[in-house]
Design a protein around this ligand. Structure first.
Ligand code: HEM
Ligand code: HEM
Length: 197
């Protein structure tokens, strides 16, 4: 009986419940949040770099993005599969707004993960990871495809930053003006509260 209870507690700490995030979601959130913010700034520095620095900045951006690619995809699939814990202490309307913003961020991230490699490959280059190994293009060079992928990548980057600013602003608002556990529950798995859905 005790063994079963311990097992249940371990599971609820690892996986999400209706009202709390588990360790898998928490670790995936913070790891990918850091990587995405770094990628965003390096991506911007490609566009603003001196001509002699453009290639090395692009190489760094592509290498980090390609290394984290699978984990970011796993993070998106994980959220889709495990659903979304209820935003606590909020009206149904606010819960829905937060949820839509979360899913919109994941959609823009997915668009960036797809358009990035397409942009590199359609430019006639392999996706090279720190020069250790490369993934060659599965299709031939095309200026039109490259321009389209660039359009998607660039506009998704803009939209993602707007959403992240809104998201971080919302999280800080909770920290400063509400006495709830919005930030705390994304740092440490709490006790599932019954009937919070
Ligand atoms: C979520 C992940 C990613 C983020 C947040 C991100 C962010 C950015 C940003 C902000 C830019 C500059 C766009 C602009 O200001 O118009 C950029 C450019 C670029 N990104 Fe990404 N990126 C991501 C994933 C990838 C991936 C997976 C690849 C390829 C494997 C990639 C390849 C590139 C390339 C080649 C450019 C520069 C194009 C050029 O001007 O030559 N990115 N990225
Ligand atoms: C660095 C500042 C960040 C802070 C303080 C922060 C904070 C939080 C908090 C407190 C939650 C839980 C909200 C709830 O009650 O459901 C959350 C969830 C979420 N955050 Fe962030 N976040 C940050 C960065 C990011 C970034 C850069 C992304 C970009 C993709 C992101 C995407 C998400 C998503 C999709 C969720 C929903 C749950 C999940 O799938 O992980 N966050 N964030």
């Amino acid at each position: 009986m005790l063994h079963q209870e311990e097992q249940h507690l371990e599971q609820s700490i690892l996986y999400d419940s209706d009202s709390v995030y588990g360790w898998i979601s928490i670790l995936l959130h913070w790891f990918t949040a850091i990587v995405i913010i770094i990628l965003w700034f390096i991506g911007k520095s490609i566009v603003n770099a001196l001509p002699e620095d453009v290639d090395s900045q692009r190489q760094l951006h592509v290498s980090i993005a390609a290394s984290a690619w699978l984990l970011i995809v796993a993070r998106i699939i994980w959220r889709l599969r495990s659903g979304h814990p209820h935003v606590r202490g909020q009206t149904l309307f606010i819960h829905r707004v937060a949820m839509v913003a979360h899913y919109a961020m994941l959609v823009t991230v997915a668009l960036m993960l797809l358009s990035g490699p397409v942009m590199v490959w359609s430019g006639g280059h392999p996706v090279s990871i720190f020069g250790w190994f490369s993934i060659s293009a599965p299709f031939s060079e095309s200026e039109t495809t490259k321009a389209f992928a660039w359009f998607i990548h660039s506009n998704s980057a803009f939209l993602l930053m707007l959403l992240v600013l809104l998201h971080v602003g919302g999280a800080l608002k909770h920290l400063m003006f509400h006495s709830d556990d919005t930030i705390a529950r994304m740092i440490w798995p709490g006790k599932p509260s019954s009937g919070a859905k």
